[in-house]
Ligand binder design. Structure first.
Ligand SMILES: NC(=O)C1=CN([C@@H]2O[C@H](COP(=O)(O)OP(=O)(O)OC[C@H]3O[C@@H](n4cnc5c(N)ncnc54)[C@H](OP(=O)(O)O)[C@@H]3O)[C@@H](O)[C@H]2O)C=CC1
Ligand SMILES: O=CC(=O)O
Length: 321
């Protein structure tokens, strides 16, 4: 029987299918294995189920020369050194599509929460600062009819834009590496340069994957080009943002507010300056965290792993092995 290491307990929808076909070792702890522990457990395995918290690099692959397939339990695969896997003939797969709606829902949730100062006002209410109904109390920003800038018009960017265009009548601008005719046609969206998007958008939502062209894309320069009333949302990956620059922009009122589902590092330490800012709403990387979505991810993860163990092409491949 092939041997598989699963780097954390994943939903039974996928785990049971893997366990029926392989000798499975599941990491039992809530916290991820350290790099040393991961190397140790993967030694001699044919398959690995990795999470976005697990670094799959050349050192790990060298320790596991029998590895045929890495099935990442996520759509983002920046934790995997894909060229190193390809060079060793290791297939890599991810879980695209099934978490698109759940992630777009959280992008909209964070946008509303940040624009309407929900974190700040709910905390004030709980802590005794709700004195009366105030005409000038907790004033936020409207969404209806405003301009939305999507940075990275892929699956999740498109799903977020659809919700906000059809639901709130927002005009849509976007950036992407290639044209997106569906977005242009269905949402009357317009592909623009990043500078124009920053200048003209009331809401900027980040959906590009983490790659060398997007790392640090949002720094002091980008925030300085945005409207003072703008709301910034990030559900993609923390390292796309220069966090000290974001904190400075929120503190100085360079932008109005931010909603983040991802940070750098994760977890963000409880004493981090961003938590102290009333105009910053932070969720602990929960965008795909619904029962149905995580079951679907587990199934997609099992589909990839089982195909790779058989030496077949993966249904949701990241590389071309
Ligand atoms: N918070 C969470 O829990 C979750 C986070 N994510 C994150 O969201 C990301 C996106 O997922 P998904 O939509 O499925 O992926 P897609 O691959 O469909 O979308 C990514 C988009 O980013 C675009 N892009 C890449 N580089 C740039 C750039 N320099 N400038 C502008 N656009 C760029 C790509 O453009 P092009 O198409 O032209 O190549 C593509 O359209 C994931 O990689 C992951 O990091 C995903 C799910 C859950
Ligand atoms: O961040 C989550 C993912 O699936 O990518």
């Amino acid at each position: 029987m092939p041997r598989v290491f699963v780097a954390r307990r994943i939903p039974a929808a996928g785990l049971d299918r893997i366990a029926a076909a392989a000798d499975v070792d599941v990491w039992p702890d809530r916290l991820p294995p350290s790099p040393d522990q991961l190397r140790e457990r993967v030694r001699g395995c044919d398959g690995l189920v990795s999470l976005l918290t697990d670094r799959v690099d050349a050192a790990l692959l060298d320790a596991a020369p029998t590895l045929k397939v890495v099935s990442n339990f996520a759509v983002g695969f920046n934790n995997v050194d894909v060229p190193a896997c390809t060079a060793r003939g290791v297939r890599v797969g991810n879980t695209p599509g099934v978490l698109t709606d759940a992630t777009a829902d959280i992008a909209v949730t964070l946008m509303l929460a940040a624009a309407r100062r929900l974190g700040e006002s709910a905390t004030d209410a709980k802590e005794g600062r709700w004195l009366t109904w105030e005409p000038l109390g907790w004033l936020g920003q409207d969404l209806a009819g405003k301009t939305l800038g999507i940075v990275g018009m892929g699956r999740i960017g498109f799903a977020t834009a659809k919700r906000l265009h059809h639901g709130w009548g927002m005009k849509v601008l976007y950036t992407a590496r290639s044209a997106k005719p569906d977005a242009d046609r269905e949402l009357a969206a317009r592909r623009v340069e990043l500078d124009e998007l920053l200048r003209d958008s009331d809401y900027v939502s980040l959906h590009a994957d983490l790659n060398p062209t997007t790392k640090g894309l949002f720094g002091a320069d980008a925030f300085g080009k945005m409207k003072r009333t703008a709301v910034f949302v990030n559900t993609s990956r923390g390292p796309l943002v220069d966090q000290p620059a974001l904190a400075a922009a929120l503190r100085a009122g360079t932008i109005f507010a931010a909603g983040l589902d991802v940070t750098d590092p994760e977890p963000l330490p409880p004493d981090h300056e961003l938590y102290a800012l009333p105009n910053c709403v932070i969720a602990p990387h929960v965008a795909s965290a619904t029962v149905g979505t995580r079951d679907a991810m587990a199934n997609r993860c099992a589909d990839n792993l089982l195909a790779g163990l058989c030496g077949d092409p993966l249904p949701y491949p990241v590389n071309n092995v």
